[in-house]
Design a protein around this ligand. Structure first.
Ligand code: SF4
Length: 693
């Protein structure tokens, strides 16, 4: 059977500029302009007409043309020729690859399709290439469902139980705030366009306070930095509430009219005087009092929370506690007051139209949590688990590098009886373990449509160049596989452009998207000025009956880490693993120009912790715990607080020092809400490795 790409190719013109959208997992969702000369992308720039982008891209995506035309792009289907994990492959035709993959998946599905697992995340944030034809395919097949938890579910749930959804301030109005708390976010590295707005506010006299366990580039540029211990954000938020209450820096009218559970929260917060929180957080009492005073007395005050805070056991509670603060002071009354973690709940995406859950018919497949892929690949069949996972189809993700507790993940991928297909641009750590690698198009080669989680504009991405080599879009690959499997439902014939139109239906003007590349949503400037929270009560829920009904704490509380620094003599240091500035999760690590800037995998240590172990700046160190061991170089650069080490990620294992990365050490333990990962809830020991550099 011959397969014809359904992506609409860009017109062949000598020179053209094409509007698109950045596909990466970043709150900014920039509008792109790609300059194409003779069929080749020569430049990717920010679209100056899009206010949120302002014509500026980060250093990573400025190199998107380099990435797209990279010499190591996978341009043909590849079939494994060496032992599993050897990374040895030979080109095969699409026909051979698709026929064999369909045959093998069909054989497994004939026994139990739940033994097939899709594995994907936000390698592209595009609704078409990330969550449309792929979902239709797996729904029709009856494959296991995947709980896509690896980044944001704890915080998302925390917001949902408090505000009613992933909603908050419009990012542009941070420019008018007088006080901005940048909480758990290295904005300069991972929310650049917000940082530009915060800078504007600073120039206009606003005070910026950063709350982060690491002294990030952002923390350095704020007026004050509270360098708390990882996983203690809820304790700090509760102490701030304590001070707001005892000093009566409260908006009683707002509390009475627009919140639920005030008396219960009041009692909870009064258990947290600054002295208690200071002990837990590793801050001074005066720092907490000062922050509470500023927050209680400055109007408008705004909080830019980011997902760093929710990567610990109590991540959901931490977000809940922070999300209560603006309702206590009535900060929501002004458009420059309130908070923002994610704006994605504002986007009216028609997921049913994209994903077609009706293709499941009356089947309810089991759900696998992507965070526990290490354990789950090693499980045998059982009544509780269901069938052993026999086939894995990975796209938009690099789990061998990014999933926690990678020794187990690697053992799982190494199973001889596991059939693995990977859709990719490059031969990543995960692709090394594939039976087939299928060449996927980049954002410059396909249609897509986007939401954002740091602003409220819908973006359209048009293909700027033809698919490189034999690459096909993800949607096309699943369309082709569906045809091979004999799926005849008409939805499998929808083109990528048609899928773009289905994503929002009539709710967004597609002609406007075609015309200018973006379309702002009609969201109010001050969404909760008069309450109207989309919770069951319509109020900001300090007390959540939904949590109580699950037997969980209905009030926000401090939930200690699974692994508390200092509690184990064997592994006394807390470790967090924030992203290296020039990588985006594990994307871009293979770009030499960006890797040259990052240098090598680093472990930031406080000089006291280093000297106690005889470790000098730049020394090769071994970082280890009960799960694994990882080698990298010590950096005594002033960014780590005592008792905490920062291991910057996420390096590809094969590009690191000894074929490992930081996820050798992270655990598969889950958060209090949302079954999310706890990457920043991890204890380790560090020692000098034998060799020094
Ligand atoms: S990664 Fe973020 S800042 Fe960089 S271009 Fe994409 S959306 Fe913009």
């Amino acid at each position: 059977m011959k397969c014809t790409p359904a992506t609409d190719p860009a017109p062949a013109m000598p020179t053209a500029t094409i509007r698109g959208a950045c596909p990466h997992d970043c709150p900014d969702t920039c509008a792109l302009i790609t300059t194409v000369e003779n069929g080749r992308a020569v430049r990717v720039q920010g679209n100056p007409a899009h206010a949120q982008t302002g014509g500026v891209l980060c250093a990573k995506v400025s190199r998107y043309a380099e990435r797209t035309h990279h010499a190591e792009r996978i341009l043909t289907p590849l079939k494994r020729t060496g032992p599993k994990g050897s990374g040895r492959f030979a080109p095969v035709s699409w026909d051979e690859a698709l026929t064999d993959i369909a045959r093998r998946l069909g054989k497994i599905a004939a026994r139990d399709a739940q033994a097939i697992l899709p594995y994907s995340y936000a390698g592209t944030m595009g609704l078409v290439q990330g969550e449309s034809m792929d979902r239709r395919f797996f729904h029709r097949l009856g494959a296991s469902l995947l709980n896509r938890t690896i980044c944001a579910t704890a915080g998302g749930e925390g917001l949902n139980y408090t505000l009613g959804g992933k909603l908050g301030m419009k990012v542009e109005f941070f420019a008018e705030a007088r006080l901005i708390l940048i909480w758990g976010s290295n904005s300069i590295g991972s929310n650049l366009h917000f940082w530009r707005i915060a800078q504007q506010a600073k120039r206009d006299g606003a005070r910026l306070v950063c709350i982060d366990p690491r002294r990030t580039e952002t923390a350095e540029k704020c007026h004050e930095h509270l360098q708390l211990r990882p996983g203690t954000d809820a304790a700090l938020a509760l102490a701030l509430m304590h001070e707001l209450i005892v000093h009566d820096w409260l908006d009683h009218d707002y509390i009475a009219r627009h919140t639920l559970g005030w008396e219960a929260l009041r009692a909870r917060a009064l258990e947290w005087p600054p002295e208690r929180a200071a002990e837990v957080c590793g801050l001074s009492v005066e720092q907490i009092r000062r922050l509470a005073r500023e927050y209680g007395q400055t109007k408008p005050a705004a909080i830019r929370l980011n997902y760093g805070v929710q990567r610990a056991h109590g991540g959901g509670n931490a977000v809940r506690a922070v999300a209560c603060l603006p309702a206590l002071t009535g900060a929501w009354r002004e458009r420059a007051g309130g908070m923002l973690l994610s704006s994605s709940g504002a986007f009216p995406v028609d997921r049913a139209a994209l994903q077609r859950p009706e293709l499941l018919a009356d089947r309810t497949p089991r759900t696998i949590n992507m965070v526990t892929i290490g354990d789950d690949l090693l499980r045998e069949s059982s009544p509780a688990f269901g069938p052993r996972i026999e086939a894995l189809v990975v796209y938009n993700s690099n789990p061998v590098a990014v999933a926690p507790e990678s020794p187990k993940v690697v053992r799982g991928f190494a199973r001889e009886d596991l059939f693995t297909v990977v859709l990719e641009h490059f031969q990543t750590d995960t692709a090394d373990w594939a039976d087939y690698i299928l060449p996927a198009t980049t954002q410059l080669e396909h249609w897509d449509v986007h939401l954002a989680y740091g602003h409220t504009d819908v973006l359209l991405n048009r293909p700027a160049i033809q698919p490189q080599g034999q690459a096909r879009s993800n949607a096309q690959i699943f369309r082709d596989l569906a045809a091979r499997m004999g799926f005849t439902e008409s939805c499998f014939a929808d083109s990528d452009e048609k899928l773009c139109r289905q994503a929002y239906g009539e709710k967004v003007d597609f002609n406007l998207l075609l015309e200018q590349g973006f379309a702002p949503l009609p969201v109010p400037d001050a969404p909760f000025a008069d309450g109207g929270f989309p919770t069951p009560s319509g109020r900001c829920e300090f007390f959540s009956q939904r949590l109580a009904d699950q037997g969980l704490d209905p009030l926000p509380g401090h939930v200690p880490n699974h692994e508390v620094a200092g509690e184990s003599a064997l592994y006394p240091l807390a470790m967090i693993s924030p992203p290296a500035r020039n990588f985006l999760n594990s994307s871009f690590v293979n770009l030499q120009s960006l890797r040259d800037i990052e240098g090598r995998p680093l472990l930031e240590m406080h000089p006291d912790d280093a000297s106690a172990r005889g470790i000098a700046d730049g020394a090769l160190v071994r970082v280890f715990n009960g799960r694994g061991s990882y080698e990298c170089h010590a950096a005594l650069n002033g960014r780590a607080r005592p008792g905490v080490v920062n291991s910057l990620g996420v390096w590809w294992r094969k590009l690191g020092h000894n074929g490992t990365n930081v996820n050798e050490l992270t655990s598969q333990a889950l958060t209090d809400m949302g079954a999310g990962p706890t990457f920043y809830d991890c204890t380790v020991q560090v020692e000098a490795a034998e060799k020094c550099s």
